[in-house]
Ligand binder design. Structure first.
Ligand code: C2E
Ligand code: MG
Ligand code: MG
Length: 745
């Protein structure tokens, strides 16, 4: 990923985080609202059940008191105290001292009334008229046979609200009086004040139909002591309306209120007793926060997380950017020259393609750059590359780019498609380098560049064009075309198959006889390779030997041919035929291998063949290298018993000096030499040829004339005192089996 990609990625990540946070906030709010609803429902259920429970306990308490009264009434039933007012007074006094009623009252059927109160003792001077109307009402109902509790009333002798219980007193199945006890409603406060309500978080009041507080819980949240529910400003009008309706209809109801910024809910449950209601209130879980508040808080928290995350992200981004820059530097730049590398080039190339521009790709290479490194050292070599980079850079137009791929190969993208224009531009770069006298030392070295161009083509094609002129030195710019491509394709197909072909024994031994020109006797043969195609046809050496020379496969093939020749000689010996010597063509690559003589010896020994029957033909080009080393190899070959011949003499830059220097056994005059010589008009050349033959003879080197095609050729060479001849005049190269049938019988 490059920096731009990284930035894009980070922006995307931030947007995703923001959207994610908003979604999370919404989900959070939803979840909290859901949880709140569930909590409210659960609270309501709990309130209902707790209120029923509370009601039951209050009833139990009241029943207990009524029970006490009933038991006391029995005292009147079983005794005959009715007639003794004194007795009645003492029973009432005693009874109340044993119980804790505010007042205890007995009223006889005839209206005689005894009252004991905790503040003023027992008296019998009161009448019904002195009593509160609710108290009277309760007494009257008790006379009707009911056991009742009265409504609340303000007591005349006690400064708290009171209510009374009243039970009938029977004698012989007849109501003879009523026993009534006054009590404050405070008896329920321990129930109401208990911290058991709503797991300790709620409280209970007792109210009446008018919404008046009859019992106030100590735990009450609303500290102001309002007379009635309706005086409280904390209930909304609407809620008050609902409550009023419920109280009037003796029904239960739920409702909300807010106090001190917190939300509460309440439940009103009718007690079905004297118009009393239980009022239970408790905080609503989590509702001090409204939905919008929750959203703000969650969003805030998430925003905070987001900010933190982004700070981390930003820091990370900076770190990553720093490292990415370094990595990009490493990944995209060539450390030797500071030019871009192939990776970056290919990216730029793809980008350029998308812009639909007209373009060409050029590959540039320095001829024999290896020698620069060898002669001047790697440091100088790097300098040359840096220099080439500067020159290329200076010749680029806006929008063009280049890279160094490996070693001394550079690629350029040019925004030109005209061959002439491109050629001129490349020539400028090539001569720029040539004119650079960068390399001086013990040697001065002229740098020469060559280039392959693919118009509207890619690196691969430019490289194909470049390779087509590698090592030629005749052309410095080549344009990619179909032929070049075909040639490379052919080359690739040969290279991919050659090893298998050798294994499949597709390389065949052909032999061409060598004759003595003097007496036309067979004196030897030359081994020539043919590559047999699967269809039986042959490929000639010129189609593949130059390639094998380049890729090194000749090293294998030539030794294989030596082995074939040895095997053939062994065949003749085994068949009892007098063997002839065979010359085998050898690549110059072999001559630079120190193990070469030993390897050859190994083969002749394997077939037990006299090494003198093997002549190794080398091309005169081999002498371009180190002559001393070459002579040492020739000497080593001589020591092992082999003969050495120089092939194609006269085709290249042969010199008599070379003949003098190299200790060869045989000289093969190139066919071209003969052709020109036979023309007759080139007396000068004939003279030179004669001189060469003479010179060679003086050095004890035997001469073979190649390409004897006609009697005239033969006569000509004979007249020059040439010893041996080889050519179509005698026979064309033929497969070993044919050669054997023809000559070796
Ligand atoms: P060379 O060693 O000079 O071989 C002689 C070439 O001249 C052979 O071509 C042969 O067929 C051809 N020739 C012989 N007499 C005449 C003639 O009268 N007229 C004409 N026009 N040509 C004649 P060939 O077999 O095509 O081989 C070409 C070259 O390939 C050889 O030249 C040799 O340099 C190379 N070569 C052949 N076999 C091998 C091999 O096994 N290893 C290596 N390294 N090179 C080989
Ligand atoms: Mg030859
Ligand atoms: Mg030859």
């Amino acid at each position: 990923m490059d920096e731009r990609g990284l930035k894009k990625h980070l922006i995307r990540l931030t947007v995703i985080t923001i959207i994610g946070s908003i979604l999370l906030s919404l989900v959070g709010v939803g979840l909290i609202a859901y949880a709140q609803n569930a909590a409210i429902k659960a609270d309501h259920t709990q309130m209902e059940s707790e209120m029923l429970d509370c009601k039951e306990r209050i009833f139990k308490q009241m029943n207990k008191n009524l029970q006490i009264l009933s038991t006391l009434s029995k005292a009147f039933e079983v005794t005959d105290v009715m007639d003794s007012e004194e007795e009645i007074c003492s029973i009432i006094t005693e009874a109340n001292s044993a119980n804790d009623f505010i007042s205890l009252l007995f009223i006889r059927k005839d209206g005689y009334l005894v009252l004991n109160t905790i503040n003023s003792g027992t008296s019998d001077d009161k009448t019904l008229e002195d009593l509160n109307e609710y108290s009277v009402d309760a007494i009257e109902r008790a006379f009707q046979g009911e056991s009742v509790a009265s409504k609340m009333f303000d007591s005349a002798f006690y400064d708290e609200k009171l209510f009374v219980y009243a039970v009938p007193v029977y004698k012989d199945g007849e109501i003879i009086g009523v026993l009534s006890a006054g009590d404050t409603i405070e008896i329920f406060t321990d129930i109401a004040n208990g911290d058991f309500v709503m797991d300790g978080s709620g409280y209970i009041h007792i109210i009446n139909t008018a919404g008046e507080f009859l019992v106030r819980s100590e735990n009450t949240i609303i500290k102001e002591q309002y007379e009635t529910l309706f005086d409280s400003p904390y209930l909304s009008d609407e809620v008050k309306k609902d409550v009023k309706e419920a109280l009037e209809n003796n029904e239960s109801c739920f409702g909300p209120f807010t106090y001190g910024g917190e939300n509460y809910h309440f439940y009103i449950e009718p007690m079905n007793l004297n118009g009393w209601f239980l009022f239970c209130a408790s905080p609503i879980w989590g509702t001090q926060l409204s939905s919008s508040n929750i959203f703000v808080i969650i969003s805030g928290v998430l925003l905070l997380i987001l900010i933190l995350f982004n700070i981390l992200l930003y820091n990370g981004y900076n770190q990553v950017r720093k490292y990415t820059k370094k990595l990009i530097q490493m990944a995209y730049w060539d450390p030797v020259t500071g030019a871009e590398n192939v990776l970056k080039f290919d990216q730029d190339f793809q980008e350029m393609l998308s812009e639909n521009k007209d373009y060409s790709t050029a590959a540039l290479n320095i001829h024999n750059f290896k020698s620069v490194n060898d002669l001047f050292g790697k440091e100088q070599g790097d300098k040359v590359l840096g220099y080439l980079k500067t020159i290329i850079e200076g010749n680029l137009k806006e929008g063009e780019f280049f890279c160094r791929s490996s070693a001394d190969t550079f690629y350029m993208t040019l925004l030109d498609v005209d061959e002439g224009v491109i050629y001129e531009r490349l020539r400028k770069i090539i001569s720029g380098i040539r004119n650079a006298s960068v390399l001086h030392g013990d040697y001065s070295y002229e740098l020469s560049l060559y280039s392959g161009v693919a118009i509207r083509g890619d690196r691969e094609k430019a490289l194909v064009a470049l390779q087509s002129i590698k090592n030629t030195h005749q052309q410095d710019v080549a344009f990619y075309n179909k032929e070049i491509h075909e040639e490379i394709r052919r080359k690739n197909s040969i290279e991919s198959y050659m090893h298998l072909a050798l294994k499949n024994k597709e390389f065949k031994l052909f032999l061409q006889p060598k004759y003595s020109l003097k007496d036309d006797t067979l004196i030897g043969a030359e081994a020539l390779v043919r590559w047999q195609n699967p269809d039986g046809s042959y490929r000639y050496p010129n189609e593949f030997i130059p390639l094998f020379e380049k890729n090194g496969f000749c090293l294998k093939l030539d030794m294989y041919m030596v082995e074939k020749a040895c095997k053939q000689i062994r065949g003749w010996i085994d068949a009892g035929i007098k063997p002839i010597g065979i010359s085998v063509n050898q690549s110059k690559l072999l001559f630079s291998d120190g193990n070469y003589p030993a390897n050859l010896e190994h083969i002749v020994k394997k077939y037990d063949v006299p090494p003198s029957l093997i002549t190794l033909e080398i091309l005169e080009g081999v002498a371009e290298n180190d002559v001393t080393f070459l002579n040492r190899q020739i000497e080593a070959l001589h020591e092992k018993g082999f003969k050495v011949s120089m092939d194609d003499f006269g085709s290249g830059y042969s010199s008599l000096n070379m003949l003098y220097q190299l200790r060869i056994d045989e000289l093969k005059l190139d066919r071209g030499f003969l052709r020109k010589a036979s023309g007759g008009d080139d007396k000068r050349r004939q003279t030179i040829l004669r001189q060469i033959v003479m010179f060679a003879k003086t050095l004890g080197i035997s001469i073979v004339a190649e390409g004897i095609e006609t009697q005239e050729d033969k006569n000509n060479m004979t007249s020059m005192d040439c010893d041996y001849g080889q050519g179509y005049f005698y026979a064309k190269p033929m497969i070993a089996e044919d050669f054997n049938a023809k000559y070796m019988v």
